[in-house]
Design a protein around this ligand. Structure first.
Ligand code: ADP
Length: 175
C-alpha cells in the first residue's frame, strides 16, 4: 500500500473513493462537506437522504457510502468526525473509529484507491498534529491493508501538509 501526501482540493481527486468529513445529518454542511456536495451535485444528497430515511443519519465515528455524482471518483465515503471539546470526551477514539470504519467500508466495496481529507481539523477544531498521528497510525495498523493499493491524504492547508510530511519523514515506516 502506497501512502501519498498532497496539498489540494479533494473534489478534484480521481480515486475509487474520496472521503467526506460529514456531519451526523448527512445533509451537507460547510468546509469539505459543502465543497463535495456543491461539486458532486444532487445525486450525492439524494443517496444521503435515502440512507437517513433508512438509518437516521450517521453516528460520529461511523461511515456510509454513496455515489460521487459528478466528481471524478467513483464513491464518496461519508464519515462523521468528533467535535473537539476538551480531549476527554472520547475524541481520540471517535476519530480512530472514523478512519477505521471508512477503511473497512472501502474494502467491502472493493475500493483500491482512497483519498482522505484531514477529518475534524476544520470546523470541528481537532488538534491537527494529533489528528494526523491518529490517521497515519490507523492506516498503518489496518489489518486488511494489502487490499488497498493507495491512500492519499489530501491536505487543504499548509499547516496540515507540513505536519503530515514531518510525521512521514520521521519514524513511521510503511511497506
Ligand atoms: P470538520 O467539521 O470535520 O472539521 P471541515 O470541512 O471543516 O470538517 O475540515 C476538515 C478539513 O478539510 C480541514 O483541514 C479543512 O481545511 C479541509 N478542507 C476544506 N475544504 C477542503 C477541500 N475542498 N478539499 C480538501 N480538504 C478540504
Amino acid at each position: 500500500m502506497i501512502i501519498e501526501i498532497i496539498k489540494g482540493d479533494i473534489t478534484q481527486i480521481k480515486a475509487d473513493a474520496i472521503v467526506n468529513a460529514a456531519n451526523t445529518s448527512l445533509l451537507g454542511g460547510g468546509g469539505v462537506d459543502g465543497a463535495i456536495h456543491r461539486k458532486g451535485g444532487k445525486a450525492i444528497l439524494d443517496e444521503c437522504i435515502q440512507i437517513r430515511n433508512k438509518q437516521g443519519g450517521c453516528k460520529t465515528g461511523e461511515a456510509v457510502i454513496t455515489t460521487a455524482g459528478n466528481l471524478p471518483s467513483k464513491y464518496v465515503i461519508h464519515t462523521v468526525g468528533p467535535f473537539w471539546k476538551n480531549g476527554k470526551s472520547l475524541e481520540v477514539e471517535l476519530l480512530q473509529n472514523c478512519y477505521l470504519s471508512t477503511l473497512e467500508l472501502a474494502v467491502r466495496n472493493d475500493v483500491k484507491t482512497i483519498a482522505f481529507p484531514n477529518i475534524s481539523t476544520g470546523i470541528y477544531k481537532f488538534p491537527k498534529k494529533l489528528a494526523a498521528e491518529i490517521a497515519l497510525d490507523i492506516v498503518d495498523r489496518f489489518e486488511n491493508k494489502e487490499q488497498i493499493d493507495k491512500i492519499i491524504f489530501v491536505c487543504f492547508d499548509d499547516e496540515n501538509f507540513k505536519i503530515y510530511n514531518d510525521i512521514i519523514d520521521g519514524d513511521f515506516e510503511y511497506e
